[in-house]
Design a protein around this ligand. Structure first.
Ligand code: GLU
Length: 442
């Protein structure tokens, strides 16, 4: 957990019906996809859901009861796959939407998985380390029958980290009475984690930008980038882009953002952020902000900056119908899940903004999770170079598949990514036989 918890009103508007909104995107894309209507209908209903109450003895002796969830949205293409989120805003509707996006993400990336997601409604920053361990283990004890290396494989998501994945794997192994490293991914390396998993989401997004750079003949030193969210994902893409000469002019965390016209020195910013935990504290104590020509700005202002690439890498529903018309970036790379609402999509499309959608742009994380699962199952581990090379192959293959669908079918990149996902899910459904086949009309 590298970030502190945003207040509700600093993370944009909270959509109440996020799952219903997520379904709208499926319907839109289905018009262009080869998917039997009955398969599309199936995707509108998550396969299995569990909600658990988790009583925890707190350090002060009191008892608190937390709510936990796990949703397996679909397993047409393989076991469910997707992270576990610890956040005060976690609710069943959100977990359902996140699970649906995982189904689509795994299909876009060509991974042999369906989609799942889990979470606990909690502000982990308020817990001691011991309380956090107890909660993580107790959650797994309650959902143990629901998950497994061949049924549903969790991973980290917002405010969960490798150590938490390690505790969860150990708890599951205790219940299963066998070592089960493949039950969960994103583990610490000594507990069966994969090299290259920690920065995989940011790195996958970086490979997408490198493809765009080639197509658009960008000169990195001329390209201005703003990044919302400076946790694991935001920091890693910033580091990789900065090393290539891109100008990172603005970054923010849940407390607010900072802006520097000539671009930040990212390695020292990362070092300071991880030491002080707050971005603004690095420059903006007293009047230091002005003297070193760093301006402080809100998360809202950051989104509306005049930059070439905007990277939302925090939470969902950041760009909505309220601020979409004010967005000036011509390219958006969605490293968060669901940062742009369906209404905002329409406005951005009209403005001609190129949005590399979440189910492709942040697919690097789950792709290396897949590699971790493969390594756990075979008991043979790869070098970091091997992981990077394989991730690169997957990312650029699927980026170009989606890009070509976009240009050939004259649809936006998000719709193209959904079409690509639906086509792959459709193929798996057709292979089992649909009404068309069973009614004698193959
Ligand atoms: N939570 C990440 C995501 O939303 C990773 C999921 C995984 O590795 O299974 O893609």
């Amino acid at each position: 957990m590298t970030k502190s918890i945003p207040k509700k009103d600093s993370s944009g508007t909270q959509e109440t019906n996020i799952f219903a909104n997520a379904l709208k995107r499926l319907d839109e894309a289905a018009q262009f996809a080869d998917i039997p209507p009955e398969a599309l209908e199936r995707l509108k209903h998550p396969k299995k859901m569990i909600q658990v109450s988790i009583p925890i003895r707190m350090d002060n002796g009191g008892l608190r009861i937390f709510q936990g969830y796990r949703v397996r949205h679909d397993h047409t293409r393989g076991p469910g796959k997707g992270g576990i989120r610890f956040h005060p805003n976690v609710n069943l509707d959100e977990v359902k939407a996140l699970a649906l996006w995982m189904t689509c993400k795994c299909a876009v990336m060509g991974l042999p998985f369906g989609g799942a997601k889990g979470g606990i409604t909690v502000n982990p920053k308020e817990l001691s380390r011991m309380e956090l361990e107890r909660l993580s283990r107790a959650y797994i004890a309650r959902i143990a029958e629901f998950i497994g290396p061949k049924t549903d494989i969790p991973a980290p998501d917002v405010y969960t980290n490798p150590m938490i994945m390690g505790w969860m794997m150990m708890e599951y192994s205790k219940i299963a009475q066998e070592q089960s490293p493949a039950v969960i991914t994103g583990k610490p390396i000594p507990l069966g984690g994969s090299l290259g998993r920690e920065d995989a989401t940011g790195r996958g997004g970086y490979y997408c930008i490198k493809e765009l750079e080639e197509k658009k003949r960008w000169k990195p030193s001329k390209i201005r980038v703003a990044i919302q969210g400076f946790g694991n994902v935001g920091q890693n893409i910033a580091r990789l882009l900065h090393a290539d000469g891109y100008k990172i002019v603005a970054v923010s965390d849940s407390q607010g953002g900072i802006y520097k016209e000539e671009g930040f020195d990212i390695p020292s910013l990362i070092q300071n952020k991880n030491a002080t935990r707050r971005l603004k504290a690095i420059y903006c104590t007293g009047s230091v902000c002005e003297t070193i020509q760093v301006k402080s700005l809100s998360n809202k202002d950051l989104l509306e900056l005049d930059v070439d690439i905007l990277i939302p890498a925090a939470l969902e529903n950041q760009i909505t119908e309220k601020n979409a018309s004010k967005i000036k970036a011509s390219n958006i790379l969605e490293l968060a899940n669901g940062p742009i609402t369906t209404e905002a999509d329409k406005i951005l499309n009209k403005k001609g903004v190129l949005v590399v959608p979440d189910i492709l742009a942040n697919g690097g994380g789950v792709t290396v999770s897949y590699f971790e699962w493969v390594q756990n199952n075979q008991g043979y581990y790869w070098s970091e170079e091997e992981v990077h090379a394989k991730l690169h192959t997957f990312m650029i293959r699927e980026f170009n598949n989606v890009y070509h669908l976009m240009t050939n079918r004259k649809i936006n990149m998000r719709t193209a990514a959904y079409v690509h996902a639906l086509n792959r899910i459709g193929e798996a459904v057709e292979a089992r036989g649909t009404s068309k086949y069973f009614l004698g009309n193959p």
